[in-house]
Design a protein around this ligand. Structure first.
Ligand code: SF4
Length: 353
């Protein structure tokens, strides 16, 4: 039998029941695809159900406050996805008269929608003949056809999407696309693929050539930037001091404890004290005590490795801070980066009450 027939037969028997699989509504499909980017299916499921319930239509999402969307996104990371979600919903209302587009070309016009998401929405909702190419698809195809081309270069998308289109043959694009992704996620996995009970094993070139472990090929990534963050926690009668990250870059529009970035973490408490006392935000107030809370934390982003330290700082007198500092009794209603959320959950849960 052919690749697509074997694959779809496998899918019919093995597919997982997922809430977004039983709909043709492009809005729901798009919602699930954005949530699932860089998120495990199990984790994404509860967020999908929450968003679907709170915003049952694209208009409901467009009418929502961005802060509310960010709050609901908390825990998923990569907040630019949440911001784009809201912007794309606005676009559907203003540019598409409130009707969610279903064709590949128009879907690509939406903020945050790339080739993969556009192909998924167009094929799942309207059976448009466009292949989806995600990490799972790259892996299955590179092994099945023994393709050595690295999967993370600018030209790889074209090579693999053309191969996927050929393998699709006469099958239905929605079924084929769902099937190949599910097959990569459950069967032809990065490590320990189930080659011994694989319906494609007869024609799988990598298996025949004993190259399964070598594929897919990835080009080495660019260097990761190391950053050292010192978070200053001050808590007194006026409340906990936090600030909004207005500048472009990571965590834009999220809240954090006032942060001082240093070149490394080799400084002594006395040096940190000086940095705080000369920082505009603290208006030259004298520090009386600095205590590190918990141990150093590492947080990985796509091109950055953040090393974070959290300090509880007391001042000699009751302080008035710079206007950029917000005082609050609880962090609960503020969207905060996952790094800070984890710290608070583990070391200072009272800040969430
Ligand atoms: S035989 Fe192994 S490598 Fe080839 S498609 Fe099946 S699971 Fe993947």
């Amino acid at each position: 039998m052919s690749f697509s027939v074997d694959l779809i037969n496998w899918y019919q028997k093995n597919k997982r029941e997922l809430p977004w699989r039983n709909t043709k509504n492009p809005y729901y499909i798009w919602l699930s695809e954005i949530i699932l980017q860089q998120t495990r299916v199990e984790q994404g499921k509860s967020y999908y159900l929450k968003f679907e319930k709170e915003f049952p239509t694209v208009r409901a999402l467009a009418n929502a406050d961005e802060q509310k969307v960010l709050n609901m996104w908390q825990g998923l990371g990569y907040y630019s996805r949440a911001r784009n979600l809201k912007k794309a919903a606005d676009q559907v209302i203003t540019e598409f008269n409130g009707v969610f587009p279903t064709d590949y070309k128009n879907l690509l016009k939406l903020k945050g929608v790339g080739k993969y998401t556009a192909a998924a929405v167009a094929s799942f909702s309207k059976n448009e003949r466009v292949p989806v190419v995600d990490g799972n698809v790259y892996r299955v195809i590179s092994r099945y056809l023994n393709i050595d081309e690295p999967i993370n270069t600018p030209k790889s998308y074209k090579i693999f999407s053309e191969a996927a289109l050929e393998l699709m043959e006469n099958s239905r694009p929605d079924e084929f696309n769902q099937a190949i992704m599910e097959f990569g996620a459950l069967h032809c996995t990065p490590t320990n693929p189930k080659c011994d009970k694989c319906p494609l094993s007869d024609q799988c070139t990598a298996l025949v050539l004993n190259r399964v472990k070598d594929l897919p090929v990835k080009k080495k990534k660019t260097k990761v930037r190391e950053r050292f963050f010192n978070f200053i926690i001050t808590n007194n009668a006026s409340g906990l001091a936090i600030e909004k990250r207005d500048q472009k870059g990571i965590w834009q529009n999220l809240y954090q404890f006032p942060m001082i970035e240093t070149k490394n973490h080799k400084h002594q408490f006395s040096e940190l004290k000086k940095l705080i006392e000369t920082d505009d935000r603290f208006q030259n107030h004298k520090v009386s005590k600095v205590t590190q809370i918990g141990s150093d934390r590492k947080h990985l982003l796509s091109h950055q490795r953040i090393w974070a330290r959290f300090y509880e700082v007391e001042f000699e007198s009751e302080t008035v801070y710079h206007e950029s500092i917000v005082r609050t009794k609880s962090l609960e209603s503020y969207p905060i980066p996952r790094l800070i959320e984890r710290f608070v959950e583990e070391e200072a849960p009272h800040y969430l009450k």
